[in-house]
Design a protein. Structure first.
Length: 158
């Protein structure tokens, strides 16, 4: 198995920019886990096995994010060329990415709520037309930004 970590692709010139980590997590969920086009596909158990120096005990993370895993996702470059593939986001407490960040998360708190989305980061996704909320909530600022861009909001909490 190859080393799991964000990688630099010398041929890739443009990367998406994110102001809000929770929004980036939602985008990565769509591209990495739902569509499978953003690689490498992160696996927390493989990460823990490869990074024994961190001493991560997965059973301890029921209501907190594993800091080293969050750092991995924050440092992950997302190619701008993938942005047009994002037409919808599903915010669901059962999304795979949440289980990577907090393996035993129960999905019943605000740990992954998206409080804000900046206009600059949303503008990178011109084809985003739908956000379905069935888990992590959208704060009033995020809702206002999505509505201003004509994004349809569906589901509980929207």
């Amino acid at each position: 198995m190859t080393e799991m970590g964000p990688h630099d692709d010398a041929e890739q010139e443009e990367w998406l920019r994110f102001d809000n980590p929770a929004f980036k997590i939602a985008i990565v969920q769509e591209l990495m886990y739902a569509q499978g086009v953003l690689t490498p596909r992160f696996d927390v158990r493989a990460f823990v096995a490869q990074h024994t120096e961190y001493g991560i005990d997965l059973s301890r993370f029921t209501s907190a994010v594993i800091p080293e895993v969050l750092e991995w996702f924050e440092d992950l470059p997302v190619p701008a060329a993938l942005a047009p593939r994002v037409e919808r986001l599903v915010l669901d407490g059962g999304n795979a990415i949440y289980g990577q960040l907090t393996p035993h998360w129960h999905g019943e708190d605000d740990l992954f709520d998206i409080d804000e989305i900046s206009e600059a980061e949303l503008a990178q996704f011109p084809r985003l037309r739908l956000v379905h909320v069935d888990g992590p909530a959208l704060g009033p600022v995020a809702l206002k930004t999505l509505e201003a861009y004509g994004v349809e909001l569906t589901g509980f909490g929207a």
